[in-house]
Write a protein that binds this ligand. Structure first.
Ligand SMILES: Cc1cc2nc3c(=O)[nH]c(=O)nc-3n(C[C@H](O)[C@H](O)[C@H](O)COP(=O)(O)O)c2cc1C
Length: 264
């Protein structure tokens, strides 16, 4: 159940969102990598400016060299230009992105290892998801360092794990290959959006027994999500966005059960 957000809540929530800044120790304020990591935002509006081939190649190279469990490199990247995306999916890359990569967990290519995991589909799937997600984040940060913005998508445009069944067919994926998310790349059109509400560090770190997030902090976070969403998309709402996911979850659960466990 989502909390109600009245006008005062709304104003307070937006003020808190706008005020929030990454915490950087004064001694590290000039560190360029840290600055890049903390500056990154999911960008949903891209200009028509093309990404040069060598710049995009460097982004893919960052993904190729990402860390992985036992160096298993359980990933594959479906790589698109604006044209090839349109040819494949019959519509433009979401948000007018210039390039896109569908990141897939891949437990297929490495047969000798896959056989070791033969009776443990959940382990195999989890390993693939962990590693491919790290490759995705590495590409995302490499892009940011090169002045290219990006957003990862699981729903928008039917090209994430929620449409695993559709993508399996569309991209002729063999067993053991799982669509995870699409990364859309481009030069940002306009300034970066404000940082969406992030939980405070003291709520997510613990040293001995798990504590969990204080319910009052959860409520505050929800209010900021609802208000922030309304401010960014006045014609929509956070709840409506959740409903889009909710509508697809049942099918996704069935498709993924089939793909991971070969049953369903
Ligand atoms: C795996 C993954 C899937 C995502 N899917 C979507 C999506 O379908 N549509 C969208 O607009 N944003 C999507 N996002 C972006 C998140 O909404 C965003 O990361 C989050 O709101 C935090 O904002 P930030 O990236 O600017 O820190 C996704 C992010 C991740 C990591």
């Amino acid at each position: 159940m989502l909390p109600k957000v009245n006008l005062l809540d709304f104003i307070r929530a937006i003020a808190r969102i706008l005020k929030a800044k990454p915490h950087v120790p004064p001694t590290l304020q000039d560190n360029p990598l840290l600055e890049t990591i903390l500056r990154r935002r999911s960008v949903r509006s891209f200009s028509q400016r093309e990404i040069p081939d060598d710049v995009f190649a460097a982004i893919l190279e960052a993904g190729r060299l990402a860390p992985s469990t036992v160096n298993l490199q359980t990933w594959a990247f479906a790589v698109f230009t604006a044209e090839s995306w349109k040819q494949c999916f019959g519509r433009p890359i979401p948000f007018s992105g210039q390039r896109a990569v569908i990141v897939l967990g891949d437990a297929h290519w490495n047969k000798p290892i896959a056989e070791m995991f033969a009776d443990s589909p959940l382990v195999s799937y989890t390993v693939a998801v962990i590693n491919a997600s790290l490759a995705a984040m590495t590409m995302n940060l490499a892009a940011e360092a090169l002045g290219i913005s990006s957003v990862m998508l699981s729903e928008t445009g039917r090209t994430g794990f929620l449409d695993a069944g559709y993508l399996k067919e569309k991209l002729a994926l063999p067993d053991g290959v799982f669509p995870l998310m699409t990364i859309v790349f481009g030069y940002a059109k306009g300034p970066y959006p404000p940082m969406p509400p992030k939980l405070p560090l003291d709520q997510i770190c613990f040293t001995s027994s798990y504590r969990g997030v204080d319910p009052a902090v959860v409520e505050e976070w929800l209010k900021q999500m609802i208000a922030g969403y309304k401010a960014a998309y006045p014609l929509s709402s956070f709840e409506r966005q959740l409903n889009i996911y909710r509508a697809k979850i049942h099918q996704a659960e069935q498709d993924l059960t089939q793909m991971v466990f070969h049953r369903g």
